[in-house]
Structures are given as C-alpha cells and as structure tokens.
Design a binder for this molecule. Sequence first.
Ligand SMILES: N[C@@H](CCC(=O)N[C@@H](CS)C(=O)NCC(=O)O)C(=O)O
Length: 207
Amino acid sequence: MIDFYGAPTPNGIKVSIALEELEIPYTLHRVDLAAGEQQSPEFLAMNPNGKIPVIQDRSHDSFAVFESGAILVYLAEKTGQLMPLDVVGRSSVIQWLMFQMAAIGPFMGQLHHWQVQRAADDETVAYYHRECQRLFGVLDTQLREQAFLAGAYSIADIAVWPWIRIHSKCDLPLDEFSALADWYARIEQRSGVSAGVAAFEQPEQTE
Ligand SMILES: N[C@@H](CCC(=O)N[C@@H](CS)C(=O)NCC(=O)O)C(=O)O
C-alpha cells in the first residue's frame, strides 16, 4: 500500500496515473497547496523541498520518495513494469524521463506562471513560449519515428503526458505537431490514464 500526497497538477497527476496503470493500491492524501500545507513540519519531514508529489511505501516502513521522476522510477522498479530491465532499454526510458524533468516541466511551469498568471512582460512570455514550442518539436520528431517516447509505453510517456494535457492553457496548439497530437490522443484513451486523472475528482478516502 502506498500513501500518495498530491494535488491535481501535472506533477501530481503523473503519479496517480502510474499508480493506476501499475494497479498498485494507494491512499490519496490531497495537499492544499494554496493553504500552504506543503510547508507543514509533517510534510517537510517527507520532502524537505516542500512540494508535491510525495509517496510513502508502507511495505518498506513508510519509506518516503519525493521528486516525481524518482517516484516513477521507484514504482516501475518495485513492480518490474513500465521500464525495461536491460541496460539500453532502461537508459532510453531514463533519458526521456530526464528530458521531461529537466526541460518540459520547468519550461512549461515557467510559461504557465508568467503567461497564465500574467506575471511578466511580453518578451519574457515570448521566450518561454518559443522554448516550449521547440521542446514540442523535439517530442514530435521522436514520435514520428516510434509510437512511444522510448519504444514501448513507459514511465517516460506517463511523465510527459500530463504536461501536454495543459497545452491549450499555455496557448501551445498541437496543430503543427501531428505525431505528438496522435500520441496524446492514444494515451488519453488508456483506462489507467483516465483513472489517474479522475483520482482527484473522487471524494477523499478517510482511511
Ligand atoms: N521537480 C519537482 C517539482 C514539484 C513541484 O513543482 N510541485 C508543485 C506542484 S506541481 C508544488 O508543490 N508547488 C507548491 C509550492 O511550490 O509551494 C517534481 O517533479 O516533483
């Protein structure tokens, strides 16, 4: 059983999707970011960086894992699914996972902050917008070659998908990225993915 501390943001949703895809039993503990619950002493004891998502694994003495990419690797390794075991296949997944963690997430996060919250001048917004379009181009080129980012469906796809989900919010249409748009639509149809998105719409468990 996993205790999952999260919120319905791209980094939160990638963990609920992975838990659903891997059919791992979990309890969702919603963290109210606006109220600052991520800064409570109890939360900081799990993640000193004070951000969701975090999991605790009850089968390992409530071992805590923070950073969404590290959580996805932990869950894949725990189950032996969604990431190949051979060194080359594993590296391919980790490369695209790192690309999401180091580029897609930070740049789209910044774009969303500056553009959607109207917190910056036009030049700053244009800079993040251009870079996100370039990153979408990188994904599109890869997906023209193969159905999923690292060969078979993996935690790399799960990491990227929730960020593409907010593309219209960030004024980043997919019209010029047809392979990315097809990939997005195919993944959206997976039952584990819709269950992961819907997880935050369910009444909170009290257990
Ligand atoms: N690199 C981290 C980023 C986590 C992150 O930025 N979480 C956001 C929500 S998506 C958060 O907790 N924000 C609240 C805050 O910064 O106080 C990860 O991938 O887990």
